[in-house]
Design a protein around this ligand. Structure first.
Ligand SMILES: [Zn+2]
Length: 79
């Protein structure tokens, strides 16, 4: 009589890539980043201060990369 082996549940953890970021202009968490793979552009929009920005996106880039780009852009402008 074999004992029942406890089934090991392997959970595949997929981290969700956030889509809403903190706006570098107004500081509100209402910055939306959309990547359009078809036209190779990323569109950034802030629902609070109406900031709009778009940039080229490479195939390996994710929303977080676009967010960093935007930040660099705005920091450069402020200096
Ligand atoms: Zn904003």
């Amino acid at each position: 009589m074999g004992r029942r082996r406890r089934k090991k549940i392997v959970k595949v953890y997929k981290p969700k890539i956030p889509k809403i970021f903190t706006c570098p202009v107004c500081g509100s968490k209402s910055l939306n980043i959309t990547i359009n793979r078809k036209d190779g552009n990323a569109y950034v929009k802030c629902a609070n201060c109406k900031l709009e920005w778009s940039t080229n996106v490479k195939s390996y880039e994710e929303t977080i990369d676009i967010y960093h780009k935007l930040f660099d852009e705005y920091i450069d402008r402020l200096e």
